[in-house]
Design a protein around this ligand. Structure first.
Ligand SMILES: *[C@@H]1O[C@H](CO)[C@@H](O)[C@H](O)[C@H]1NC(C)=O
Ligand SMILES: *[C@@H]1O[C@H](CO)[C@@H](O)[C@H](O)[C@H]1NC(C)=O
Ligand SMILES: *[C@@H]1O[C@H](CO)[C@@H](O)[C@H](O)[C@H]1NC(C)=O
Ligand SMILES: *[C@@H]1O[C@H](CO)[C@@H](O)[C@H](O)[C@H]1NC(C)=O
Length: 490
């Protein structure tokens, strides 16, 4: 629906341009600039709006809740306000943020009242209704801070295998310190305030170590924090992130997401709320300023954009059937310490082929030409029926359904799309504003599809930046700031 609207807009501007064509090249140019400016895909282009909309979600290993942390409510919260006469008018109360199973709210279904997974989904929709901005016909709700705990207790049966229920089993493949390892974190919130110097500031923070005494410092305990700041009336919001792993929680993820305002976002098998009120396909750029202060150690897979979507192996859009829906992710990892897993002797970690910007296909067995160092890891959906050997299939438990992941590394071949071309670019000590041709690059990545099926429409429902500290053997801290986030349709 949003897409159709956008098309009309473009058509109108093209028509205006045609009228002006020849009258004055200068006017034509200005008009075209205006047209480009109109075609924005996020509700708050460049994070410039004083009245912020930001939400929080915490996920267990398979993007669910399973059980709430005591006294914290369902792990969904929001900080949304408008500014009038230098006063912040908040839309979400702390009572709303603490809502958890057993407590009813407007629109809550009976099924969800005592079910932590369903409750969180409906709470997100409810918070979305409080935060929604509908200045035009494309309403939007919030930026999403996503926090995920990578512990998996396979004795619980909480996470399905490629969408299918699995009975309890034991394995040492996943981190888990024992019963309770899949818990949700504590959640503290400072609602955004206007300080005397004209800065607006608020934060979310907490820990997974429910029994820890925070006042004794953060030694040996996990921690997450997002602080947001902006000068009233100028500039961009700046989001300052901090993520710390601990022995009990060695695998943590913290992202800022621009998710779809409706439908399924990447990793969701349920209705979502977010920022992307026009869903981008192949023609879009992501603009972002990123300043990585601390990398998070050698296991920190920092994503200079991670994009997520969902389509079936036969190319059809997802419909919520977890047995045939497949989450698709592609992400550029900018930590220079991450190893190249894809190599001439590790073909199972590479996609079957690479496509060049001029649309030439290079097979991975073409050792003279395939850009092995441009790929970290490729894994295929576990429910795909016609895979090309050798292949690794993706972790079947860490998503509500099967998934496919294409992980990239900085390399000269990505230069064409504005991505880092060398290891270390954009990393600690190299803050940058990036304009990434994410759509162009994503349209040329390999994604699995059943033979003889019409190609999937690659409509991206999530665009995220942040890190995944992937099972660290010691406590690691990552710290970064992000601002100016924008998605521009080209
Ligand atoms: C804003 O402040 C002005 C001057 O103090 C006042 O006249 C006006 O009613 C205020 N508006 C609102 C919405 O409070
Ligand atoms: C959250 O941040 C506040 C303010 O910086 C701090 O006082 C508090 O200790 C933090 N919470 C945790 C769990 O560290
Ligand atoms: C953290 O763990 C280390 C190693 O087990 C220990 O030596 C240290 O005393 C612990 N720190 C705190 C504050 O508990
Ligand atoms: C390389 O892989 C392609 C696609 O799988 C295959 O058609 C081709 O025969 C292979 N070439 C060699 C030399 O093995």
């Amino acid at each position: 629906m949003g897409k159709a609207m956008e098309k009309n807009l473009v058509v109108i501007f093209v028509w205006v341009n045609l009228l002006l064509w020849g009258v004055s090249g200068r006017i034509e140019k200005i008009e075209r600039k205006t047209a480009e400016k109109e075609v924005l895909a996020v509700g708050d282009p460049g994070m410039k709006r004083d009245g912020l909309r930001v939400a929080f979600e915490a996920w267990n290993f398979c993007n669910e809740v399973a059980y709430e942390a005591p006294g914290m409510g369902s792990p969904r919260a929001a900080d949304c306000f408008d500014v009038a006469n230098s006063t912040l008018i908040h839309k979400v109360s702390e009572a709303d943020n603490r809502l958890g199973i057993g407590k009813t709210f407007k629109g809550l279904s009976v099924d969800a009242l005592h079910n932590p997974d369903l409750y969180a989904v409906e709470k997100e929709l409810y918070l979305g209704s409080l935060c929604e901005v509908s200045e035009n016909s494309n309403p939007w709700q919030f930026w999403m801070v996503m926090l995920k705990n990578g512990n998996l207790d396979t004795r619980t049966s909480w996470c399905p295998e490629n969408g299918k229920f699995v009975p309890p089993f034991t394995t040492t493949r996943f981190p888990c310190f024992g019963e309770g390892c899949m818990n949700q974190p504590t959640f503290n919130h400072q609602p955004t305030q206007l300080l005397a110097d004209g800065t607006m500031r608020g934060w979310f923070n907490g820990t997974y170590d429910l029994d820890a005494d925070i006042d004794q410092g953060l030694d040996n305990i996990s921690f997450y924090e997002v602080v947001w700041e902006k000068k009233l009336g100028s500039g961009s919001w700046i989001f300052k992130h901090k993520l710390k792993t601990s022995k009990k929680y060695p695998w943590l993820m913290l992202y800022l997401r621009a998710d779809a305002t409706k439908g399924f976002s990447g990793g969701y098998h349920y209705e979502t709320r977010g920022m992307l009120n026009t869903l981008p396909e192949s023609n879009f750029k992501v603009r972002i300023t990123l300043d990585v202060k601390k990398g998070g150690g050698p296991k920190s897979q920092f994503y200079l954009v991670d994009i997520g979507s969902c389509w079936k192996n036969n190319g059809k859009p997802c419909d919520g059937d977890v047995l045939t829906d497949v989450t698709r992710y592609s992400e550029m990892i900018i930590n220079p310490d991450i190893e190249d897993w894809c190599s001439p002797t590790g073909l199972s970690n590479c996609p079957p082929y690479h496509i060049t910007p001029d649309n030439k296909k290079i097979y991975r067995n073409d050792t003279a030409n395939f850009p092995y160092a441009a790929y970290h890891y490729y894994c295929a959906p576990g429910n795909a029926k016609h895979l090309e050997e050798p292949v690794s299939t993706c972790d079947p438990y860490s998503n509500p359904q099967a998934q496919e992941i294409v992980q990239l590394l900085p390399h000269p071949i990505w230069g064409e799309y504005g991505y880092p071309t060398e290891k270390g670019q954009g990393w600690v000590g190299d803050p940058k504003t990036w304009v990434l041709d994410t759509g162009g690059l994503a349209s040329r990545l390999y994604f699995y599809q059943d033979p003889n099926t019409p190609p999937a429409k690659r409509i991206w429902t999530s665009i995220d930046v942040g890190t995944e500290i992937f099972v660290s053997d010691k406590d690691e801290v990552a710290e970064w700031t992000l601002s100016d986030f924008d998605v521009i349709l080209t």
